[in-house]
Design a protein around this ligand. Structure first.
Ligand code: SF4
Length: 777
């Protein structure tokens, strides 16, 4: 039986636990950036590559979606406009290590399945397209032409287009994403799951309903000019490190920061700005003025309590609410206020673990602030009530009129560089009819209207055999999804799996009956086509669309760009008579952008505007002019009732998280130095009081066991084995472990209401002391 969490290449016994760092970034961050870059790229390539990262004439960081400084805001880009994790992301992509045919001849698929994502990623860039045919033990080289023949004939053999699913990772460019959805819909399905289903889907669902757009309502300048920034369920020091420079500006301008998180993450507390000598070498700037160490899952109760305090203050002293905004721009205030006035403080304190006095202090900060920005990430979205929680954040902002005014707004912080742009380009299983109408008008092809499958529903359909073919542009589906064992079985059961990839990952080791790996260009590389070198475009977390131009020679002469792969597959699959001229796209990406301009709202004159030095900003009704395209035509207050999470005696509520040496499922190394954890990944962070009350000791080996009620009410236990207990100042009753190692604990059925996002931040676990050898799961 295959192991669920292969780990033979990491010696977990080498775990070292030291003191957590007291400030993020600084000189240490600079040195680690250089060291990792030199290891992967060498000195000369590092010198040629990093200065182009996030520069106007360079390439967009393949890491997170944090925006770049805008000339229009009077902000110049620094010579080094990147963070440690951006440098690591580039080093991994621009590495000189190679995975060629000889590698695949040496390593069978069974061998690859026994390696961690860390080992697989360290092997380097894939240089040739390869195929694994039924019964084969090793991937073998295949020509591109043959590869497209195999894929097209497998897809045509299905009983219908809905038996195939087409995943997109958030690194995919706008141009490739637009073509990808066009190919998929021309083929006849809307099965377009993406990584957003697993991260900010709850944000999109809540924001679309309440303010009419599934995106944030702030610019970088808004954030930096806020009086008060709420950073909720987010660890910017690791996941969006350049955000710390913006938070530092907030502090320098006299603003305040409230951090709400179960763990006292280093990046929330203090920042040593490496852009200047004093920052890099000094003690750094303190960030959070108020750290609310909330219990996992307590955020909805907290925001409801804050809303109630604002209403009470309005009643007691007046002048707190923005009555004009509420009257002119919102809907549902009375119903919201009737329900929100009453609050049971015992329940709030129990759910949040926060003292009432602290919540009252935060309410006073909200009242004092004329410009408030609320930022959040997975700590809010990956909960059963994730959508309700974000709706409650919006309620709070509406009370004070904090949408659509400078220095104020909502800010879901996106984790992958073009995850927002991919959605704008139509990567969604349920795009509105207006978008599909525009596609039909532009291309003269009938588009399917029935909704497709998201990520969780794709997995369910794979399990029942209703989906038999899986095609992914980027990503690491097997490690990004919950229910790891079930996901891997589902991929193996597919007739066809195809992955467009730059590097190896776990998903390549759990192939379908026929499996192909199609190697593609990275962001750092030149993309020469018939009409000359091409550039691609991306959209950042704040709706700025801009160009990205790679400069390095491609890792291999056998690579194709994502655009070329999709265009050539389309020609094979849809045939030469198809009305869309796919060959034109590959030759000149301007042609794609002209179509985008005709189809995607806000993208008129795309080719001209994206060539402006900073690109252009997509329209955003709530931000631009307080226009809310909701069902009521106004911003909607909503009523959200917290459902307490019942945690049985002796159990903990566990969240999954990244280490500092990790980006999504890509493991760069084994150092989580901000938390003082080195050389191992199978750790579970628990408050010392909880360790004592569970009769455990720091350093004990435990299995983590989650239990869920299945479809027929049958309790199903899930287990990950041999995790080392680490005493850590988490909120009491809470625990944390890295993903993807802890992903098997989350079943497919455990999802956020309405967004279908896996609840990876709220897993009830018991700890089983173990000394035995690792067992098959
Ligand atoms: S903050 Fe994000 S986008 Fe910027 S360099 Fe770091 S990882 Fe890249």
């Amino acid at each position: 039986m295959a192991r669920n969490a292969p780990r033979h290449d990491i010696d977990e016994s080498r775990l070292e636990v030291g003191a957590a760092e007291d400030a993020a970034a600084g000189m240490k961050g600079v040195l680690v950036s250089l060291q990792r870059s030199w290891e992967q790229m060498g000195v000369s390539r590092t010198t040629r590559t990093l200065p182009l990262l996030n520069q106007r004439s360079g390439f967009d960081c393949p890491g997170c979606a944090w925006p770049d400084p805008q000339e229009a805001d009077g902000d110049k880009r620094k010579a080094a406009e990147f963070c440690e994790n951006g440098a690591k992301a580039v080093a991994e992509e621009a590495t000189t290590r190679r995975v060629g045919p000889d590698f695949f001849a040496r390593h069978s698929v069974a061998d690859l399945a026994d390696k961690t994502d860390y080992w697989l990623g360290q092997q380097g860039r894939i240089t040739h397209p390869v195929v694994l045919r039924g019964g084969d033990t090793h991937y073998r080289p295949i020509t591109w032409n043959e590869a497209f023949d195999v894929i097209a004939s497998e897809l045509r053999r299905l009983n219908g287009p809905d038996e195939a699913t087409f995943y997109t990772s958030g690194r995919t460019s706008n141009e490739a994403a637009f073509l990808h959805q066009l190919l998929v819909r021309s083929f006849g399905t809307n099965n377009l799951p993406d990584c957003s289903n697993m991260c900010h889907e709850s944000s999109g669902t809540a924001l679309t309903e309440t303010i009419g757009i599934g995106k944030g309502s702030v610019s970088l300048s808004d954030l930096e000019h806020a009086d008060l920034v709420l950073v909720v369920g987010q660890n910017p020091g690791t996941n969006h490190p350049r955000m710390l420079a913006s938070l530092e500006k907030v502090k320098h301008r006299g603003g305040r920061i409230v951090a709400v998180n179960p763990l006292p993450e280093t990046g929330l507390m203090r920042f040593k700005n490496p852009q200047n000598l004093r920052g890099a070498l000094g003690r750094g700037s303190p960030l959070a003025d108020e750290f609310a160490q909330i219990r996992i899952g307590g955020d909805l109760a907290l925001f409801k309590a804050l809303g109630s305090l604002l209403l009470q203050a309005e009643h007691d002293r007046g002048g707190v609410l923005d009555q004009q905004f509420i009257d002119e721009c919102t809907h549902g205030y009375d119903e919201f206020a009737d329900q929100a006035r009453w609050v049971d403080w015992d329940e709030v304190v129990e759910a949040t673990g926060l003292p009432r006095e602290q919540i009252t202090r935060i309410a006073e900060m909200l009242i004092d602030s004329e410009r408030t920005v609320a930022c959040w990430a997975m700590g809010l979205t990956q909960h059963k009530q994730g959508v309700d929680t974000i709706r409650e954040v919006v309620n709070l902002m509406l009370l004070r009129g904090m949408i659509g005014k400078p220095g104020a707004g909502v800010c879901p912080v996106r984790g992958h560089s073009n995850v927002q742009g991919d959605r704008t380009m139509g990567i969604w299983e349920k795009m509105p009819d207006t978008f599909l109408d525009a596609l039909e008008n532009e291309f003269g092809v009938t588009m399917p209207r029935h909704h497709g499958l998201d990520t969780v529903d794709t997995l369910k359909a794979m399990k029942t055999g209703n989906v038999k073919a899986f095609f992914a542009v980027g990503g690491n589906f097997a490690s990004a999804t919950p229910d790891t064992r079930g996901t891997e079985r589902a991929l193996r059961a597919c007739a066809l799996t195809v992955q467009v990839s730059t590097k190896l990952n776990r998903s390549h080791a759990v192939p379908g009956r026929t499996a192909l790996i199609l190697p593609t260009l990275g962001r750092t590389e030149r993309d020469p086509q018939e009409s000359g070198d091409q550039f691609v475009t991306v959209e950042d977390s704040m709706s700025v669309v801009h160009a990205s131009r790679g400069r390095l020679a491609p890792a291999s002469e056998h690579l194709l760009s994502e655009v070329a792969i999709i265009s050539r597959l389309a020609r094979k699959l849809l045939g030469p008579e198809h009305p869309i001229r796919w060959e034109d796209f590959e030759a000149d990406y301007d042609v794609i952008r002209d179509h985008i301009a005709a189809v995607v709202p806000g993208c008129a004159n795309f080719n001209r505007r994206v060539r402006q030095p900073d690109g252009f900003v997509l329209p955003n009704g709530p931000r631009d002019n307080r226009t809310f395209t909701t069902k009521t035509g106004r911003a909607n207050f909503t009523v959200n009732i917290p459902e307490p999470i019942e945690i049985p005696e002796g159990r903990l509520l566990l969240q999954t998280l990244r280490s500092h040496d990790q980006y999504n499922t890509t493991i760069y190394g084994l150092s989580d130095r901000y938390r003082g954890i080195e050389d191992a990944r199978r750790v579970v962070l628990i408050n010392a009081d909880d360790i004592a009350s569970l009769d455990l000791a720091d350093g004990d080996l435990v299995n983590l066991v989650s239990a869920w009620s299945g479809d027929q009410g049958v309790t199903e236990e899930r287990r990950v084995e041999r995790f080392r207990v680490v005493a850590y100042p988490t909120a009491k009753g809470c625990a944390a472990a890295y993903y993807p190692e802890a992903n098997p604990l989350v079943p497919l059925g455990a999802v956020a209401e309405r967004s279908n996002t896996p609840v990876s931040k709220a897993i009830i676990v018991r700890l089983e002391r173990t000394t035995g050898p690792e067992q098959d799961l």
